[in-house]
Design a protein around this ligand. Structure first.
Ligand SMILES: NC(=O)c1ccc[n+]([C@@H]2O[C@H](COP(=O)([O-])OP(=O)(O)OC[C@H]3O[C@@H](n4cnc5c(N)ncnc54)[C@H](O)[C@@H]3O)[C@@H](O)[C@H]2O)c1
Ligand SMILES: [Zn+2]
Length: 371
């Protein structure tokens, strides 16, 4: 289980490898040094991740006499703001950052998204490496090169595609991650099985307790399978002109849930909203006669057994607001709603221009069921 896995993301001149190994953090120098030309290393990290695992990262770097500096950002979504973007850029430039330098993003998805955006624009683009430390960032946000900060009008509206030069994943860092964050990350893992890999969904169904329970062969297999699947999709459709949209399974419903609580992550973590959103997508697929009842029930039972909410809660959700959010989802245009729905377990597809009247009735009944 301690072998090194290499997963390739094939994007022509921007191709890179995602390396997975227990304890890779103690040995990062070997993997980052080939990308460090003559420059300095800039480590951007959130305070939590750095406090917990920074020493391990530094021990490998320090023994190699390289110039480095550390820029800490506050943990949490608030760091994906124009203010912290500016702070990080100014800190970097004050150390004399140059084109040949290398940025390391060390933390969860917030750190990766902000650092990637910074790397993409400072000096018109500096190389960067992702060392993701949450389950969500290991299987999702560090793969595929999307970077962003948030604007008043919505999340992730300001950013660019900026691929890392490499991604280093140490499953051992997840030992300090709270269960709730593990669960949030797992939603983006089993989602893959539902999209295009029924066998992997079976695996998640049988092994979710092990995957969520502790560092194990099952967890590592799940992480690697999800990364491979995403890498494969990204290689076919880097800029989300088509097939990459399938990764949004459950997400349009999830955004309506998240918006309903003003993106308060104490109430609904993104991954929790995605899980509930997938239940909704499955049930709506069944209502439209696209997915059989047995499969829809199986998905709902699985998500419930894992311990997620499968229904809206009593936070005052209403169908009209949810529909409005769905219409304005940045993936939709002209008032139409495109949804990722299911024909089967392992067979998601893009359903263009969903029938608004039926969707409204569906959402009304979901809101009425809210507990
Ligand atoms: N770029 C993409 O393709 C993409 C995809 C999905 C999500 N995202 C973005 O990712 C972000 C969410 O990422 P996230 O869930 O990793 O959130 P996060 O970065 O806020 O991390 C969650 C919490 O875990 C802490 N943490 C990090 N590593 C830890 C560790 N090893 N042990 C204990 N605590 C640790 C963090 O300090 C934070 O408090 C969102 O901003 C979302 O928009 C981006
Ligand atoms: Zn997501």
């Amino acid at each position: 289980m301690n072998n090194l896995s290499k997963i390739a993301v094939g994007l022509d001149t921007r191709s890179y490898e995602i390396l997975v190994q227990n304890g890779i953090l103690n040995n990062v120098w070997e993997f980052i040094s080939p990308f460090l030309k003559n420059g300095k290393l800039h480590i951007i990290s959130d305070t939590n991740a750095f406090k917990l695992h920074g020493e391990k990262l530094l021990s490998s770097i320090k023994s190699n006499n390289v110039k480095y500096n550390i820029i800490e950002i506050e943990s949490g979504e608030k760091s994906k703001s124009f203010a912290s973007f500016e702070n990080v850029i100014e800190s970097l430039l004050s150390t004399g950052a140059e084109r040949g330098d290398l940025i390391i993003a060390f933390g969860g998805g917030v750190t990766g998204d902000l650092s990637g955006f910074v790397a993409g624009v400072v000096n018109r683009g500096i190389d960067f490496i992702q060392i993701p430390t949450t389950l969500l960032s290991q299987v999702d946000s560090s793969v595929g090169g999307k970077t962003a900060i948030n604007a008043k009008a919505g999340k992730n509206l300001v950013g660019l595609f900026w691929q890392p030069r490499a991604v280093l994943i140490d499953p051992l860092v997840l030992e300090t991650l709270p269960k709730r964050d593990l669960m949030a990350g797992f939603a983006e893992i089993f989602k893959i099985g539902l999209i295009n890999d029924a066998q992997f969904f079976d695996y998640c169904d049988k092994n979710y307790a092990k995957i969520l329970g502790e560092n194990s062969t099952s967890r590592r297999f799940a992480i690697e399978t999800a990364i491979k699947a995403k890498a494969n999709i990204v290689a076919q459709d880097e800029r989300e002109g088509g097939i990459r949209a399938l990764l949004n399974l459950g997400h349009t419903f999830a955004h309506a849930i998240e918006a309903g609580v003003n993106y308060n992550e104490q109430i609904w973590r993104h991954g929790e909203a995605v899980s509930c959103g997938i239940v909704m997508a499955a049930n709506f697929s069944h209502q439209l006669g696209l997915l059989d009842e047995k499969s829809a029930k199986r998905i709902e039972n699985f998500i419930q057994n894992c311990g997620y909410r499968t229904k809206l809660d009593d936070n005052g959700f209403n169908a009209n607001d949810m529909l409005e959010t769905m219409r304005h989802d940045k993936k939709n245009s002209g008032g139409q709603i495109n949804l990722i729905l299911l024909k089967n377990i392992g067979q998601a597809f893009i359903y263009k221009n969903a029938p608004i009247d039926k969707l409204k009735i569906f959402l009304e009944s979901e809101c009425a069921k809210a507990a």
